[in-house]
Design a protein around this ligand. Structure first.
Ligand code: MSP
Length: 520
């Protein structure tokens, strides 16, 4: 693969980052880090969505300016992604000058083209969704089904975008490209929504919403927050309307994936696609809608008081590195379904997979290598046992990532470690050493270490710190490309000393963990 590019939704900054936002960024980062190993060039775009009535209202209640609120909260998102080792290439804020300017130019271009027109309209506006809702979209009490609040009746003269003009073209594109909307069961949902679409309002009167990008040719109006937000996917790469676009745009648009939550699929697979069609630009190759993360099986909400931040989880478990949380989150859901976070499940899963299974096996094996061979790998130990199992795992991991199933790929990696644990128990290298069968003992240890070298590279997208710790002890390059994994062999010679061996992951709440706390 020559290049790979991916984006996330950009988060609203009217609050702090929570574990749901974190799920999406971790999921995307894991996919990105995997494909980075399979491509020459790669790009990952994320950022924050900073305009709109919600931000304006929140800032007012806090008695600060909207920009002050945006600066403070955008910073919290940036800090959170740093804590979680999210390896993005660019972070866009929709208040960035270059973005605001290009959004204005996009709007003017669509006006010139006749795809945007002025129209007087009365409708039901949900400020949570930042969009007008039809009566039929409301629940029995007349509330927005997502936000549980009554929408406001808004009457304004606004600009409208001719969404209906692109309806058939979008339907054909979805039908002709089975991978365009993923998981595939979501495509039908979008086709159903397309049945009843109408033209959409794409501006708000400044008297009602002040905090937004002004329409250049009509400063009494601000551009609708979704047009502003969706455009980030091209402005963030350096797309320009009236001058030459930057290199990243030429290189990475159209992106391989837009990763978004299921609640905003309509905006991406209908509104955004129509805008791109109106601009005569290429379409993203795929839109992947993930499910929601629940907390103890409940929906996270401010009113329930169960909103948790990634930082609070890391602090509660005294974690310095995010690997365990990243691993747990990404394996919490498959096939775009909802996932669940609970402290107990988290502890149980990472203790079982990362500490007992993976970390322990490496630690035990390295200790035996030191005990029996002074940490040295002799030429006669080198062998290809377990190679078939390893190759099968590498192939399955590739296949699952192609299918956007990092959770299933992780299961395969852990199954490989399971089989290595079984192998070491069956071969019993400690018994071989006791009986003086040193070559067989050395060969067994080598087979495990060689397998673990591959595991380090396979697990890196999930657990970058653990992987680099494993790689350091095995003297391999954790950033090697996928094409090189199969041929990777741990080298002959002195590998490690007693002092250099250390556990790559400590059980949560274990005694060692307690000691570690004391040491700090
Ligand atoms: N600003 C818009 C997106 C514009 S993209 C051009 C928005 N922001 S958001 O902050 O409400 O949500 C950002 C992303 O986080 C969305 O993809 C949303 O689905 C996701 N999640 C928000 N809560 C979530 C969970 N509880 N679980 C998983 N993802 C969730 O929508």
């Amino acid at each position: 693969m020559e290049k790979f590019s991916i984006t996330t939704a950009i988060d609203y900054v009217n609050g702090e980052p929570h574990i749901g936002h974190a799920y999406e960024k971790i999921f995307t980062d894991v996919i990105f880090r995997h494909f980075k190993k399979r491509s020459e060039k790669s790009f990952f775009l994320t950022g924050t969505d900073e305009h709109g009535i919600k931000i304006q209202k929140t800032a007012k209640t806090l008695n600060i300016t909207p920009k002050e609120l945006c600066d403070k909260n955008a910073n919290s998102f940036i800090e959170a992604w740093k804590l979680l080792d999210i390896n993005y290439s660019h972070f866009i804020r929709t208040t960035d000058d270059y973005h605001e300017k290009t959004v204005q130019d996009i709007f003017e271009k669509l006006l010139e083209k006749g795809d945007i027109y002025k129209h007087k309209y009365t409708g039901l506006y949900c400020s949570g969704c930042e969009c007008f809702l039809a009566e039929k979209d409301l629940d029995e009490e007349g509330n927005c089904p997502i936000h549980g609040k009554k929408p406001e009746v808004v009457s304004e003269e606004n600009y409208f975008f001719k969404l209906t003009k692109y309806k058939d073209k979008i339907i054909n594109h979805i039908k002709n490209n089975p991978n365009f909307i993923q998981p595939s069961y979501r495509a039908q949902e979008v086709l159903n929504q397309l049945e009843n679409i109408e033209d959409i309002s794409v501006s708000r009167a400044k008297t009602n919403v002040e905090w937004g990008i002004e329409v250049k040719s009509d400063p009494s109006q601000v551009i609708y927050v979704w047009i502003d937000a969706l455009s980030n996917y091209i402005t963030g790469l350096g797309y320009k309307v009236n001058s030459e676009s930057e290199e990243n745009y030429k290189e990475f648009w159209p992106v391989n994936y837009h990763i978004i939550g299921k609640d905003i699929l309509k905006f991406h697979s209908i509104y955004w696609i129509a805008i791109l069609m109106a601009l005569d630009l290429e379409l993203p190759k795929s839109i992947y809608a993930h499910g929601w993360i629940m907390i103890d099986k409940n929906k996270m909400s401010k009113s329930t008081g169960n909103v948790i931040s990634p930082k609070s989880v890391m602090e509660a478990f005294n974690l310095e590195k995010p690997d365990a949380l990243r691993y747990f989150m990404v394996t919490a859901a498959v096939n775009g379904k909802d996932g669940n976070y609970s402290d107990d499940d988290f502890k149980e899963k990472v203790n079982a997979d990362l500490a007992n299974n993976m970390g322990n096996l490496l630690n035990r094996t390295l200790n035996m290598l030191v005990k029996y061979f002074d940490g040295e790998i002799k030429a006669e130990f080198i062998n290809n046992e377990l190679i078939n199992e390893t190759k099968e795992t590498i192939d399955s991991v590739l296949k699952y990532f192609d299918e956007m199933e990092p959770a299933l790929a992780a299961n395969k990696i852990i199954e490989l470690v399971d089989s290595a644990n079984k192998f070491v128990n069956d071969k019993a290298p400690w018994a071989l050493a006791k009986n003086g069968d040193m070559v067989e003992c050395g060969k067994t240890l080598y087979s495990i270490l060689n397998l673990m070298a591959k595991v380090a590279i396979l697990i890196e997208p999930y657990c970058p710190n653990i992987a680099s710790d494993m790689a350091k002890q095995l003297k391999i390059d954790v950033n090697m490309k996928y094409s090189e994994i199969e041929d990777l062999m741990v080298k002959e010679g002195k590998l490690i000393t007693k002092e250099e061996i250390h556990p790559v992951f400590l059980r949560l709440d274990s005694e060692i963990m307690g000691d570690k706390k004391k040491q700090n």
